[in-house]
Design a protein around this ligand. Structure first.
Ligand code: SF4
Ligand code: SF4
Length: 252
């Protein structure tokens, strides 16, 4: 499938977001309880300067949420690990593979371990966690098991249903959505759609892309547009981003 610029850029942003997540267990970005400082890629911020990185993180989060008002669920398709998981397990090959369950379990285990570590090792390095667990420290054992179990439950049991019905960000995005928010629009004016259903098979959110892409569950990942190009030939797709602009008030 020919990748267009949008998808290449999305892959780069996804890779960067994974690297930032992995930097937490590797202790490049963390809270050092002993040193009472926040470590941000080689620079330590003590109690008096910690608000710099904290405000920056809050500012970045607000920026991403703000972009969502205009561009839709970009957080999901560009940054969220659940979307990366869905792109993997819901791709057309995996959807019909005999070992689909095994693939889901393996990716769920891997991501659950990583995400659990991302959260806990922000405060406590791995070697300390192991020492505490070996000495029977109940809070560290309980929190680790609860986080790991919770992530496994979401990845194995809920998948895209969590993104549609349970994710708090989806709720915020729904509240921010307006008639000016970007949607992926399907148009077929010359009746060139071959009904191949490649756009549905590729959709990580398990949507019937031709009918549901302009709804709130679409993450604007662009995979349906690429699948359609593969079917209809270079430069031909029946899916296009629609960015409605506010109409300027008429002056008399
Ligand atoms: S409908 Fe298209 S753009 Fe929307 S989530 Fe599915 S594949 Fe991505
Ligand atoms: S991929 Fe394109 S041609 Fe195939 S069903 Fe979807 S819209 Fe129609």
């Amino acid at each position: 499938m020919a990748k267009d610029f949008y998808t290449k850029r999305r892959r780069i942003i996804q890779t960067l977001s994974v690297l930032v997540l992995l930097s937490i267990p590797l202790r490049f970005f963390c809270f050092d309880l002993d040193g009472e400082c926040m470590r941000v890629f080689g620079k330590d911020f003590g109690l008096s300067t910690m608000f710099y990185p904290l405000f920056t993180i809050v500012g970045l989060l607000l920026f991403v949420v703000g972009i969502g008002m205009k561009k839709g669920r970009l957080f999901c398709s560009h940054l969220c690990p659940m979307h990366m998981f869905l792109e993997k397990v819901n791709n057309p090959k995996n959807k019909v593979a005999d070992n689909r369950k095994r693939v889901i379990i393996l990716w769920s285990l891997l991501l659950s371990v990583i995400l659990t570590q991302v959260i806990i090792s922000f405060f406590q390095p791995l070697d300390n966690q192991i020492k505490l667990a070996m000495s029977g420290n109940l809070p560290i054992i309980g929190i680790s098991l609860a986080l790991f179990g919770g992530f496994m439950f979401l990845f194995v049991g809920y998948q895209e249903r969590f993104c549609k019905k349970g994710c708090p960000y989806a709720l915020i995005q729904m509240l921010l959505q307006s008639e000016f928010t970007r949607t992926m629009k399907f148009t077929n004016p010359e009746k060139t759609c071959t009904n191949c259903r490649k756009c549905e098979e590729i959709c990580p959110m398990d949507l019937r892309a031709r009918f549901e892409s302009k709804g709130p569950d679409c993450t604007n990942c662009n995979l349906c547009a690429e699948a359609c190009t593969t079917e209809l030939g270079q430069g031909n797709t029946l899916f296009h981003f629609n960015d409605p602009e506010p109409i300027a008030p008429q002056t008399r």
